[in-house]
Design a protein around this ligand. Structure first.
Ligand code: NAD
Length: 466
């Protein structure tokens, strides 16, 4: 990177940046299969050669366990990139569609074309994956790209700024580091698409900035992901999958981590016992010392989570955990039972290691309870009851649903990943990423044949006999 590129971006530099990327894009070079494939291969090479550095950056930012860094971030990004590389020629092909009789003879096709110059603003909790995954989609679709990684994960952000230019075409793909002023400067300008990952408050700022230029957006937001646990389950398996989905996902700092459990009053004691057993077997007697749990990302987020925990509306509701260490930014895996709906913990996304359990008389009430709240990014159900499963799948509105497990749907590239309502707009992953950064151009081809005089004025009485 040149010295100029290392300076914080301001409005005039942002202008120059977008202008230069538009020149590169307009040169047409990002459109070829060869250019796209070369960049994707470069990203795979970067992940192969710099795996250790990526892991170290993730550890510095979040003390993320190595296994989680590899499985949840690097390996997922590698498979995204390999899939794009494998399928790219197919994805780029025009799709033939049938024509209509009134336009006979003609042929019709849908041609995917790149949108142009796109901006990707990513979040801190999976700072490697959430940045590189959409970049892969944007490159596959043939765009010029600016990536703005999250400043809350500074080691990973710096790593991107240092590494990416060595592996990809830096005239078309740039990394801009920065905080609110730098992002605001970027947002002043016209982009052809913005993909933002983060909270809904900033999502509204992104949407307002995009509206000025009629820029289309993908907003990957969050929310409170419910887990419904019926009494008709394999409790041992269910509790392991809930615990690993909550605390094994960045210690609850994941957009699709279970946020709260809904179960019946009568089943709650058994469920609580099973969760405690799984917690103990995964993280030992003293989870505050476990190396298999990420820390809270910073003191602001630590204070935010402690505020939820110290809300007097939930006093006496902690049934497991609750320990905290401000210096080490650690909070123990914590279970709470029967928290009131108007408590902070039930009003805000938790995004941390607290898991409240809400009880109902009848498990079917869980559906109305979920639907009475803003639409979540993911909703989970554990049951062997097929009728309940069917009802849940049809009645619950969420970005995605997963039955009898947690978080696994994220890794399936054949499923679109995105929210609905308050949890987001648009989706990506696999081919959906390519589509998110493409325009599906409608093309109708005709010859000069097939003339029908009835089409043309004057509209004589004879022509109007229909
Ligand atoms: P964050 O603080 O890293 O912010 C995200 C990005 O927004 C950063 O790049 C940041 O620089 C930028 N930003 C912050 N303030 C801004 C402003 N005023 N103007 C312009 N840009 C600004 O991340 P966060 O918001 O704390 O992330 C957590 C939230 O993101 C949670 O709600 C979580 O559920 C959601 N999330 C969603 C997904 C998903 O894929 N749907 C993934 C991860 C996190």
């Amino acid at each position: 990177m040149s010295e100029d590129e290392q300076r914080p971006i301001n409005d005039s530099r942002a202008y120059e940046l977008v202008k230069s990327l538009r020149v590169s894009f307009n040169s047409g070079k990002t459109r070829s299969y060869a250019w796209r494939a070369f960049q994707l291969k470069g990203i795979i090479r970067m992940m192969d050669e710099k795996e250790e550095e990526i892991m170290n950056a993730l550890h510095a930012d979040l003390s993320k366990p190595r296994l989680e860094s590899f499985v949840h971030e690097i390996s997922l990004a590698k498979s995204t990139c390999s899939l794009a590389l494998k399928e790219l020629q197919q994805w780029m092909k025009p799709e033939k569609v049938s024509s209509i009789l009134t336009a006979f003879p003609s042929s019709a096709e849908i041609l995917p074309e790149p949108l142009g110059v796109v901006l990707i603003i990513s979040a801190w909790n999976y700072p490697f994956l959430l940045a590189i995954d959409p970049v892969i989609g944007a490159i596959a679709a043939g765009n010029s790209v600016v990536l703005k990684p999250s400043e809350i994960a500074p080691s990973t952000s710096a790593l991107f700024a240092r590494l990416l230019p060595k592996y990809i075409d830096n005239s078309c793909i740039k990394v801009v580091e920065g905080t609110v002023p730098e992002t605001t400067a970027l947002l002043e300008h016209k982009w052809d698409k913005i993909l933002y990952t983060g909270n809904a408050k900033v999502g509204r700022i992104i949407m307002a900035a995009a509206a000025k230029h009629l820029t289309p957006i993908v907003l990957e937001l969050g929310g409170k992901c419910p887990v419904v646990v019926d009494s008709n389950v394999d409790l041992k398996v269910a509790s392991k999958r809930i615990v690993v989905g909550k605390w094994g996902s960045n210690n609850g700092q994941a957009c699709i981590a279970p946020d709260y459990i809904i179960t019946t009053k009568s089943f709650a004691p058994q469920l609580v016992d099973a969760l405690k057993i799984s917690l103990k077997s995964f993280y030992g007697e003293n989870p505050m010392q476990s190396e298999d749990l990420s820390r809270i990302v910073n003191s602001n987020h630590f204070a935010r989570i402690i505020r939820l925990l110290d809300d007097e509306k939930i006093s006496g509701k902690i049934i497991h955990g609750g320990e905290r260490d401000e210096k080490l930014l650690k909070i123990a895996p914590t279970l709470l039972l029967d928290v009131p709906d108007d408590s902070l913990i039930m009003q805000e996304e938790i995004f941390g290691p607290l898991l409240p359990i809400v009880t109902v008389d009848n498990i079917e009430e869980s559906i109305d309870l979920i639907n009475s709240k803003p639409k979540p990014l993911s909703a989970y159900l554990f049951t062997k009851n097929k009728k309940l499963e069917e009802k849940f799948v049809r009645a619950v509105s969420a970005g995605g649903l997963l039955i009898n497990d947690t978080i696994m749907h994220f890794a399936n590239p054949n499923l679109p990943f995105g929210g609905v309502g308050e949890s987001g707009i648009g989706a990506y992953h696999g081919k959906f990423s390519f589509d998110a950064f493409s325009h599906r151009k409608a093309v109708l081809h005709r010859s000069f044949g097939g003339e029908v005089s009835a089409r043309y004025p004057p509209y004589t009485a004879q022509k109007q006999k229909f």
